[in-house]
Design a protein around this ligand. Structure first.
Ligand code: HPA
Length: 236
């Protein structure tokens, strides 16, 4: 596939080897403006902001994924396969399925279960387990320890439904699945298929199993910045 691709107009070499990937383009902009030195905009197709700059001297890119497995599937596929990106770290939010995981806590997604269709393209003769890169998991855990944040490592669910009439999400909690989001499984599949590395780190934004009060915008911002700092330290 020649570059630019249908969804990314960046030139060869515009992306760093590691890309931080929030869902929201405005968060990508926030990270570029507040954490990266000399950040330049390398993509803006459909408003999906991609930037490349430096964090503590290390070249790093940040680009949004949009929402859902089809969206992160496109962007991560193009970055891994056409832009020579080696690692993508998704930083997102999840709903907690675990009584001990509260709003603002962190989930490191060791594996990503899914009710989606993305995974079926590989026609595997069984059930595939999309997993994160072990070294990225290990580094993220070390950063969580340093920051003294409450975190857990384990399975999450990448659901195709945010609004789910079947109410099936809680079934996954019975299998020890920690939280629900909408992107990690496709990201992990793309990384594994391409022989590359991926990790998804989420802050808990709501709980499906505990009654918890809404967070303020400032609290959400603070837990988001904690997660950005963890992900950036994982990269360097
Ligand atoms: N479902 C799916 N994705 C999410 C949720 C949820 O409850 N919370 C945050 N991301």
């Amino acid at each position: 596939m020649p570059i630019p691709t249908p969804h990314i107009t960046a030139k060869k070499g515009d992306f760093a080897k590691t890309v931080l990937m929030p869902g929201d383009p405005l968060r990508a902009k926030f990270i570029a403006e507040n954490y990266l030195d000399n950040a330049v905009l390398v993509n803006n197709v459909r408003g999906v902001n991609g930037y490349t700059g430096y964090y503590k001297g290390k070249r790093v890119s940040v680009m949004a994924s949009g929402m859902g497995q089809p969206s992160i599937g496109i962007y991560s596929y193009e970055l891994f396969n056409f832009y020579d990106v080696d690692s993508i770290i998704r930083i997102g939010s999840c709903g907690s399925l675990d009584k001990d995981l509260h709003i603002r806590d962190i989930v490191i997604a060791q594996g990503a279960c899914t009710n989606g269709n993305y995974i079926n393209q590989y026609s595997l003769p069984g059930t595939f387990a999309p997993i994160a890169d072990f070294n990225l998991i290990k580094k993220a855990a070390e950063e969580c320890e340093k920051k003294k944040v409450n975190y857990k490592i384990g399975n999450i669910l990448s659901s195709d439904m945010f609004y789910d009439e079947s109410n099936s999400t809680l079934q996954w909690a019975k299998m020890g699945v920690l939280g629900v989001e909408m992107e990690a499984a496709a990201l992990y599949c793309n990384a594994l298929r391409a022989g590359k590395k991926a990790l998804c780190i989420c802050t808990v934004s709501d709980s499906l199993v505990n009654q918890e009060k809404e967070t303020t915008a400032l609290e959400r911002q603070n837990s988001f910045t904690n997660m950005i700092e963890i992900a950036l330290e994982v990269i360097i």
